[in-house]
Write a protein that binds this ligand. Structure first.
Ligand code: NDP
Length: 200
């Protein structure tokens, strides 16, 4: 699981993994299959986001999805999955990052907003279109004097005010995180079945 300790070369480690056992979906072969729309092991957090949208009944076809973040493990692959053809996809996708000028101008246009910027509560209610479905990928521990331990977890979205205007929103904790784990188990089983020649 990433991130690795800083003295290890992430790319070398990923490429040393057998693509057939790449349960995290980070190997270049897995990424290439995903981009080409060929069946394969998808990266877990992005795949979990698509599963959340499908099972939550959020219409992605023709929706404008705005992804904030362009990392290899979240932003880029979730954008790639949302723009594929098919269920939980067929969206028109905009990708924003730290060099995006006027982030709010883009996020306010989102029917589906995926916040994966790694900045605590950076997406505020004035940046969200009323009725949008908001997926909060970020996870941070912040100081909170009112919490029993003096800290609590939060995401990249300012949850309470955004929840008032969003049609759907994932909590932190308890949203994208558990889905990531579920998709890791899904990939592990799929890879094992493929290794056994089981194509159910
Ligand atoms: P990275 O730090 O690798 O990427 C963050 C991205 O956000 C970068 O593309 C960066 O832009 C962009 N960004 C940073 N600041 C801003 C800003 N002010 N405005 C617009 N874009 C900005 O993070 P990850 O993708 O690995 O993770 C994102 C968050 O999701 C983290 O909080 C992480 O802990 C969490 N996470 C949660 C998972 C889960 O299972 N729930 C799984 C993986 C991650 P640039 O490229 O220009 O630097």
């Amino acid at each position: 699981q990433l991130p690795l300790p800083p003295h290890l070369d992430e790319r070398k480690v990923i490429e040393a993994i057998s693509a057939a056992k790449d349960a995290d979906g980070y190997h270049p072969i897995s990424q290439g299959r995903m981009l080409a729309g060929i069946a394969g092991l998808r990266p877990c957090t992005p795949a979990g986001i698509i599963e959340l949208l499908v099972r939550g009944g959020v219409e992605t076809r023709g929706a404008h999805a705005v992804v904030v973040g362009r990392s290899n493990i979240v932003g880029k692959p979730v954008a790639a999955l949302l723009m594929q053809k098919g269920e939980g996809a067929d969206a028109t996708v905009t990708v924003c990052h730290s060099r995006t000028a006027d982030l709010g101008a883009f996020t306010r246009e989102a029917d589906i907003l995926v916040a994966a910027m790694g900045r605590p509560r950076a997406i505020t209610a004035d940046m969200v279109k009323p009725g949008a479905a908001v997926i909060d990928v970020g996870i941070h521990r912040i100081e909170d004097a009112s919490a029993p331990k003096g800290t609590r977890l939060c995401g990249d979205v300012d949850f309470d005010p955004v929840a008032e205007i969003a049609s759907a929103i994932t909590p932190v904790p308890g949203g994208v995180g558990p889905m990531t784990v579920a998709m890791l188990m899904h990939n592990t089983v799929a890879a094992a079945e493929a290794a056994l020649g089981d194509d159910r």
